[in-house]
Write a protein that binds this ligand. Structure first.
Ligand code: ADP
Length: 413
């Protein structure tokens, strides 16, 4: 079954076309047919497309809105010059959508019917920065492909539905949970779930035996404590702002700071929150960039003090979360790194693991430095009690597989 996977942001759209079915899932031989992204929707868009393993080609063209973006992609996929082995729109048999917030109701991937659609609209107030765009993607795909093509929503929050109360309740008056569902939800769930699945596959462990800490370190970053195969704690909370320091997000901070900055700078609270989302984290501390690779270069070449400080802070906070999750779970069997930083930066991994030998964590420098650019493998050293892994995440694959399962009534793992 050819499944179009869509990840729609405010002005961008990433997609993959993946061919999968029950047998392909069981044998891990799903086929990636095409991929690409359209950025700066609403203006002169930058379009990057590639079929299978071809080199990506980039063009620019005016793209008005998300529906035009989906239309563009479908036209390209079915065209002769794309090199993609489909020729008609009917060969796209289902669409899997990344939806950031599933609230308390959606604890697994689901077919989007009218009832689900209404529920998703109701969730917009919980995720005003993300869900409206995800819904726009569903509307666009339905308009372009027709109502007969099933649309499946795969939620970032769903994997964390197993969080125990003690990790999802905030220590504020309980009625805010009861009245408004103010609680910790956790995000990046599709990534943490994929990493846990792949770890099981690589180590021949069962679901119940999966006791690990997963670190998804990209522009957005989160940690997850997984015990008995289930998410038992995670660093993002009511929104993706809580937890680790990120590219442009502050992560944890004293909430009293909001009012203080608001008063000092004459900013509305909403503007302070925007500042914590978009101008903080690595960018805010360094004053240079939220891009870790650029910061590492800056620190190495120019010894920039604040670039170094931003990197130190980032690593220190990951280390603290790691320690707290090992305490929460009474240890773990492995730590797994993923995301753009986790997959590509041996030096950041080394700093996070350094000084944790009392916990039985020992990295092997040679193995660590060989893991980058999409490589998968272990880098724990002799005598390490915990395994250390790099597992490149693959949210799109999981979205395609869940879409197949939902459309075919197969059990969701
Ligand atoms: P997103 O969360 O947007 O999907 P990614 O997972 O692609 O982001 O991660 C992007 C981050 O990964 C950026 O900070 C980028 O600098 C960082 N990154 C990518 N390659 C490297 C590298 N070789 N060394 C250090 N950081 C890297």
């Amino acid at each position: 079954m050819n499944i179009l996977v869509l990840n729609v942001g405010s002005s961008s759209l990433k997609f993959q076309l993946i061919d999968t079915d029950g047998a392909a899932i069981a044998e891990s031989r799903d086929r990636r047919i095409a991929r690409g992204q359209i950025e700066r929707i609403g203006g002169e868009a930058i379009i990057t497309l590639s079929a299978a393993n071809d080199r990506p080609r980039t063009t620019t063209e005016a793209i008005r809105d998300h529906a035009s973006a989906v239309e563009y992609i479908v036209r390209w996929l079915t065209s002769a010059e794309s090199g993609v082995p489909i020729t008609t729109i009917g060969e796209i048999q289902a669409v899997g959508h990344r939806v950031v917030h599933g609230g308390e109701r959606f604890n697994q991937s689901t077919l989007v019917d009218d009832d689900v659609w209404n529920a998703l609209e109701g969730l917009i107030e919980l995720a005003p920065l993300h869900n409206p765009h995800n819904l726009r993607g569903i509307t666009a795909a339905r308009a372009v492909l027709g109502p007969g093509v099933p649309q499946v929503a795969v939620f970032d929050t769903a994997f964390h539905h197993t969080l125990p109360e003690s990790s999802y309740i905030y220590a504020i008056p309980y009625q805010f949970y009861r009245r408004y569902k103010v609680r910790r939800y956790g995000f990046h769930g599709t990534s943490h779930r994929y990493i846990a699945y792949r770890y099981r596959q690589l180590t021949q462990r069962t679901y119940d035996q999966t006791k690990i800490v997963t670190l998804h370190l990209g522009n957005g970053a989160s940690a997850c404590a997984i015990d008995g195969g289930k998410s038992v704690d995670t660093s993002m909370g009511f929104t993706p702002l809580e937890g680790l320091m990120m590219g442009t997000r502050s992560g944890d901070l004293d909430p009293a700071i909001l009012d203080f900055i608001s008063a000092k700078e004459g900013l509305a609270l909403r503007d302070v929150e925007a500042l914590l989302n978009k101008q903080s984290g690595l960018l805010g501390v360094s004053g240079l960039t939220g891009d870790m690779r650029e910061l590492l270069d800056e620190a190495a070449e120019n010894e920039d003090r604040r670039a170094k400080l931003a990197i130190d802070l980032f690593c220190y906070r990951v280390k603290k979360y790691l320690g707290s999750y090992l305490a929460a779970m009474n240890g773990a069997d492995a730590i797994v790194f993923a995301g753009g930083i986790g997959e590509n930066s041996p030096s950041i991994r080394e700093r996070i693991c350094a000084g944790l030998d009392w916990l039985g964590i020992r990295a092997d420098q040679t193995k660590n430095s060989g893991l980058r650019g999409g490589a998968e493998g272990r880098f724990d050293g002799d005598g390490s009690r915990l395994q250390l892994w790099v597992i490149p995440t693959d949210e799109e694959l999981l979205i395609a597989r869940d879409t197949w399962r939902v459309v075919n009534g197969a059990e969701l793992p």
